[in-house]
Design a protein around this ligand. Structure first.
Ligand code: SAH
Length: 217
């Protein structure tokens, strides 16, 4: 199977459908080998625009959702990024690719076996240096490594966790799905000197954020 060819076609479709438009985003998604982040038996479906099961009842987000989020985050080289809900590690790899050189992604995952697997996937794909995986409740952010230029939450919260807003730099940006368990709105929060500016980027569906500032298990 020619994964590189499939990957190019996937990115072309994301561009055609308007999910992504920035060259840096297209380049990053053309580079990160998504097939290394899904279970072996689903490798053949890695470049379809769909979420896939990665075990423990969790999913790797669909490529268009990763595209929409990465595009909205406006990631630049050198940025310090927090990802909450690391899952397979794929999304973190795409952000790591865009933050190079000089940047760093801290990817927090609450399920230990997934974090272990993500760490292995990231190393194999060449992102072991730029992405640090951490097992913790990411709804509280990661105070020991704060502040962050960007925070990307890949799980749905009932409301925006206050600690995440507080862990943004001045000029920082947070993206988070907020709403009910089965349907949410993707909310962006910009931290400015005069306060926080919120915008609704549209509907989405994510697995729940479970933790102190998320849903209770
Ligand atoms: N970005 C991932 C997909 C995320 S799926 C990828 O590219 O594969 C959402 C993940 O959030 C799940 O793995 C789930 O276990 C995790 N999660 C849920 N609540 C969390 C919390 N409080 N802290 C950290 N991770 C959490």
């Amino acid at each position: 199977m020619d994964f590189e060819d499939q990957r190019k076609k996937m990115v072309k479709r994301l561009l055609e459908r308007g999910y992504i438009s920035r060259l840096e985003v297209a380049r990053a998604m053309e580079k990160v080998p998504r097939h290394l982040f899904v279970p072996k038996d689903l490798e053949g479906s890695a470049y379809l625009d769909t979420p896939l099961y990665i075990g423990e009842g969790q999913t790797i987000s669909a490529p268009h959702m990763v595209g929409i989020m990465v595009e909205a985050l406006e990631i630049r080289p050198g940025m310090r990024i927090l990802e909450v809900g690391g899952g397979s590690g794929y999304h973190a790899a795409v952000m790591g690719e865009m933050a190079r050189p000089g940047g760093r992604v801290y990817s927090v995952e609450r399920i230990g076996v997934l974090a272990e697997r993500a760490k292995k996937n990231l190393k194999e794909a060449g992102y072991g240096e730029v992405v640090t995986t951490v097992v913790a409740d990411g709804s509280r952010g990661l105070p020991e490594f704060a502040p962050f230029d960007r925070i990307c939450v890949a799980a749905a919260a009932p409301a925006i966790p206050e600690p995440l807003k507080q862990q943004l730099t001045d000029g920082g940006k947070l993206l988070i799905p907020v709403g009910g368990r089965w349907y949410q709105d993707l909310i962006s929060v910009d931290r400015k000197r005069e306060g926080y500016l919120e915008a609704n980027l549209g509907g989405c569906v994510f697995v729940p954020l479970i933790g102190e500032y998320g849903y209770k298990d």
